[in-house]
Design a protein around this ligand. Structure first.
Ligand code: 5GP
Length: 191
């Protein structure tokens, strides 16, 4: 998506450790006009595929998913990161290793909000190694729900998450795919 690539070029900052900072428009301050264009683009890319629920993970995915959900006329559920797991049988649970925080989170979703009737589109800000998406897919499986596809704002194509999902035959639509980036030169190349 040209608009997103241009914005990343203009305002994205490459940090050491393969981290791209986009906090001026995506995951701290949020550009809602841009989010609307992203939502429209996912709607176009997933046209004809049944979606009755959008799933994301706190915190950065929530804003993007909420704006996109308006184009799908579907509610948004976000997986919560918790310090403890409440094992009372009312929750789907899994563990996700965070790329940016380098720690493992227990992640939970109430069983009330993910059921076998759901056709779920996962939306998130970044795809790196795929841990966050794998965790969400694991809980969709626990629920007996159907995965409709995965919509990502920024895929770092030089990490393994995207390839692994495509090899599984999952419909993955990333709006910007980064081929390489260099924190010393500050350059970003797209696929
Ligand atoms: P993964 O689980 O695919 O390894 O990493 C995806 C998650 O880590 C995303 O939910 C995102 O919050 C975070 N993340 C991964 N790479 C980056 C990055 O380069 N920049 C930022 N800001 N977040 C990232």
């Amino acid at each position: 998506m040209h608009l997103l690539e241009e914005r990343i070029r203009k305002d994205g900052v490459v940090k050491a450790g393969n981290v791209l900072k986009v906090d001026s428009f995506l995951n701290h301050q949020m550009d809602i006009a841009l989010f609307n264009e992203m939502g429209k683009e996912w709607k176009r890319l997933f046209e004809g595929i049944k979606v009755n629920k959008i799933l994301t993970i706190e915190a950065s995915g929530i804003g993007i998913a909420a704006i996109a959900a308006q184009y799908f006329d579907a509610p948004v559920v976000f997986a919560k990161k918790t310090m403890t797991i409440n094992l009372d049988g009312e929750l789907y649970t899994t563990q996700v290793e965070s790329f940016t925080h380098q720690r493992v989170y227990n992640v939970v979703i109430s069983k009330r909000f993910l059921t076998p009737n759901d056709h779920v589109l996962i939306i998130d800000d970044f795809l790196a190694n795929g841990n966050a998406i794998n965790g969400l897919m694991e809980m969709i499986k626990q629920a007996g729900a159907t995965l409709a596809g995965v919509g990502i704002a920024i895929e770092k194509g030089f990490q393994n998450g995207g390839r692994a999902l495509r090899e599984k035959g999952i419909k993955l639509e990333s709006l910007a795919v980064i081929k390489s980036m260099d924190d010393v030169k500050g350059t970003i190349e797209f696929m």
